[in-house]
Design a protein around this ligand. Sequence first.
Ligand SMILES: COc1ccc(S(=O)(=O)N2Cc3cc(C#N)ccc3N(Cc3cncn3C)C[C@H]2Cc2ccccc2)cc1
Ligand SMILES: [Zn+2]
Length: 317
Amino acid sequence: MAELATEKHVRYILTVEKRKDNFESVVMEHLRMSGAYWGLTALDLLGKLDSVDVDEVTSWLLSCQHESGGFGGNIGHDPHILYTLSAVQVLALFDKMDVIDVDKVTNYIVSLQNVDGSFSGDMWGEVDTRFSYIAICCLSILHRLDKVNVEKAVKYIISCKNMDGGFGCTPGGESHAGQIFCCVGALAITGSLDLVDKDLLGWWLCERQVKSGGLNGRPEKLPDVCYSWWVLSSLTMIDRVHWISKEKLIRFILDCQDTENGGISDRPDDAVDIFHTFFGVAGGVPLIFLLVFYSICCAKSCHLGFPCLIWEPPHLF
Ligand SMILES: COc1ccc(S(=O)(=O)N2Cc3cc(C#N)ccc3N(Cc3cncn3C)C[C@H]2Cc2ccccc2)cc1
Ligand SMILES: [Zn+2]
């Protein structure tokens, strides 16, 4: 089996972080906070977070904070719940939560909850179950979940559940793996997974695996590395991850690597980017770990009888 080209991916991530003037950096300028989260978390998963100047990143991150307490995607950009979570996740990664006023950030998130329990992404009011997950995940990291109406938030998420067991952006919206991750993740954090039909949803999710071993986001769509994360993490949270072939998925992710210049693409032979490098590593590393761990357990289980643990992925977005 081809290996994860760890050193190459670390070098790729560090060069993307430093590049400022090329096309990709300009296109991504408005979401640089999320790009920082993707790159830094991938580096941490690869065991190389120590190659980053934490103080430099932290001072840039703080310069993106708005007086409302929310964070923008870059300096001078309007605050949005997306980038507020990314900023809090980076600070959690650095273990530097003390550099922000937690109650101020909390108040920004609380201000985005609507009367029906849903969350908007910013002051312009767009509602999406993605924002429900982002709000609940962010407040959970800040230990301030009690500051929002969790019961109504859960009720709104359940109102977006479909007949196929999946979830959409809003009530009646089509089931999509990204939305399912957000809704299942929010229900997991709030201890409400009993409201999910695990077999019905597990069936919809395991059907995402196509012949090549990759996972797609909806029926009939092409496989894509980032769905390795949305689908795999959802299956793990509802204890149905054994319903897909891990070996075939690992093969697909490893085939999406650029083993020469580093980075991982959405599917084999496409251009790599920081987003798919992050989700490829986030989906691949635990899988490879699980496979190795399972084989050790199985090899030893005759004497030790270890129950094989399911690796619980951290809440990544
Ligand atoms: C290069 O064109 C794009 C297109 C969209 C975006 S985006 O809206 O900011 N965004 C993040 C994203 C980042 C990168 C990178 N580097 C690449 C793609 C990509 N997509 C698009 C995508 C990925 N798989 C298939 N598709 C079509 C997801 C999207 C939405 C999203 C944001 C945060 C968390 C999850 C999902 C950025 C760049
Ligand atoms: Zn993708």
